[in-house]
Design a binder for this molecule. Structure first.
Ligand SMILES: [Zn+2]
Length: 370
C-alpha cells in the first residue's frame, strides 16, 4: 500500500516529467485506457483525462493496461525472452486463464518463466494476470451509473460489457435480471434479490469494491486484497452483478469517507446474512471490538466459548470480505503482532494507528475491566 502525494504535486511532477517521481506514482489516461510512468515520452493528455495511481497493480485493477513505450510495470528495462512471451500470452487474452499446461503447450517452461517474471515485475505471473483480468470487469464497475443507464435505455437483455466481463471471469451470471428488477424503482436500482449492485469507491488506502442489495451489504473490500477474485466468483454464482446506484451504497460511501476523516469509528450499515454459523459468530464478536482497541484471536475464541478454536477464528477472520465495517483489522496476535490481513499489513497498521488517534481517549471497556 502506497499513499499518494496530493494531486496538485502529482500533476506538477507529471507536467515536468520529473524523474525523481519515477516509481512514486503512475499516470493513467481515461481516453486511451493506458497507464504510464510520469516520465513517459508519450504526448501529454489533457489534465481532466488523467488519473493517478500508487502502484502498477492498482492501475491494472482499475482497468488500465501498461504503456508499451515506458513499460510502467517493469522493474528493469530488459526483458528475458520468457518474460516477453508470458506477457504476450496475457495481453492476447487478458480475461483468460493460463495454466502450466497451457504454457508448456506454448513451449514455455512454466517454473523458469514464472520465476523470471516475478523477478522482473516484483509480482507473480498469477498476480499480474489476475490484476489485468479483474481490471477488465472492475473498469465497468467504475463507469457505474453510466453503464446501467445505457442498459436501461437499451433494455437489459442487450447485455452490458459489465455482465459480459464478469461472465467471462466467473461463468454466466443468472439470467434473471429482467424479471427480477422491481418495476417503477429509480433508475439504475436493481432491487431484486437475484442482483447485487456493484460500486467502486476510491479512498486514501486505495480503491474498494462494494456489493449490496436490499438484504444489506454483501461485500466491501480493497480491490487488490488477497482472495478477492475467488470471493467474487462465489458471489457471482449466486447473484448477477450490475454496476449502479443503491441507497445502501450511498450510505456506505458516506460512512467510509467519514471514517477516513476520523469522524466515526464504526459503521451503521445493514449486513446481508452471509457465512457459516461459526463465521457469523466470529464476525459478531469482531463487531464488539471498539475503535482504537484490539483483541487477540485467542480472546475471540474464548469469548465464543471455544478456547481451542484459535486457528478457526483466524480463518473466519480472514474470510471476512466486509473490511472496516466488520473490523477484522482489530484482531492481532497474542503478543500484539499484526499477524495477517487480507488487504496487507501496511493497511492494517494504518487503520489501527488511525483509530487510536481518533478514538478520543475513550477507554476500551474490555481492557479497562482487565
Ligand atoms: Zn508510457
Amino acid at each position: 500500500m502506497n499513499v499518494l502525494p496530493p494531486a496538485s504535486e502529482l500533476q506538477r511532477a507529471f507536467d515536468r516529467r520529473d524523474s525523481t517521481y519515477d516509481g512514486v506514482f503512475y499516470t493513467a489516461v481515461k481516453t486511451t485506457g493506458i497507464f504510464c510512468r510520469p516520465v513517459c515520452p508519450a504526448r501529454r493528455p489533457r489534465p481532466e483525462n488523467v488519473e493517478f495511481f500508487a502502484t502498477p497493480r492498482e492501475a491494472m485493477l482499475a482497468g488500465y493496461r501498461p504503456c508499451l513505450r515506458c513499460r510502467p510495470a517493469d522493474t528493469v528495462r530488459d526483458r528475458a525472452p520468457e518474460v516477453e512471451r508470458l506477457l504476450r500470452a496475457i495481453e492476447a487474452d487478458p480475461s483468460g486463464r493460463l495454466r502450466d499446461a497451457d504454457l508448456r503447450r506454448m513451449g514455455i517452461d512454466p517454473s523458469t518463466a514464472r520465476r523470471r517474471f516475478r523477478r522482473h515485475f516484483g509480482m507473480t505471473f498469477q498476480a499480474y494476470h489476475r490484476a489485468r483480468r479483474l481490471g477488465g470487469a472492475l473498469a465497468e464497475v467504475r463507469s457505474g451509473a453510466k453503464v446501467i443507464e445505457s442498459q436501461l435505455a437499451a433494455g437489459f437483455d442487450s447485455g452490458s460489457g459489465f455482465r459480459e466481463a464478469f461472465a467471462r471471469l466467473f461463468g454466466a451470471a443468472p439470467g434473471r435480471i429482467a424479471e427480477e428488477r422491481a418495476p417503477g424503482r429509480g433508475a439504475g436500482r436493481a432491487a431484486a434479490k437475484g442482483c447485487l449492485v456493484a460500486r467502486w469507491i476510491d479512498g486514501p488506502l486505495g480503491a474498494m469494491l462494494a456489493l449490496a442489495n436490499d438484504d444489506g451489504l454483501h461485500l466491501l473490500d480493497f480491490v487488490d486484497r488477497r482472495g478477492l477474485e475467488r470471493e467474487l466468483g462465489r458471489v457471482a454464482r449466486r447473484f448477477a452483478l450490475v454496476p449502479g446506484a443503491h441507497p445502501l451504497l450511498d450510505r456506505a460511501e458516506e460512512q467510509l469517507a467519514a471514517y477516513f476523516r476520523g469522524e466515526r469509528g464504526g459503521f451503521d450499515l445493514p449486513l446481508a446474512p452471509r457465512g457459516t454459523p461459526f463465521q457469523r459468530g466470529v464476525w459478531s464478536e469482531l463487531l464488539r471490538i471498539p475503535p482504537g482497541a484490539t483483541r487477540s484471536y485467542a480472546e475471540i475464541a474464548a469469548r465464543l466459548g471455544m478456547p481451542k478454536a484459535v486457528r478457526a477464528v483466524a480463518r473466519a477472520n480472514g474470510d471476512n470480505y466486509r473490511a472496516l465495517v466488520i473490523p477484522c483489522h482489530r484482531v492481532v496476535g497474542s503478543d500484539g503482532s499484526l499477524t495477517g490481513y487480507g488487504g496487507g499489513l501496511a493497511r492494517k497498521q494504518w487503520l489501527l494507528d488511525h483509530e487510536r488517534r481518533h478514538a478520543g481517549g475513550a477507554p476500551d471497556p474490555v481492557t479497562a475491566a482487565r
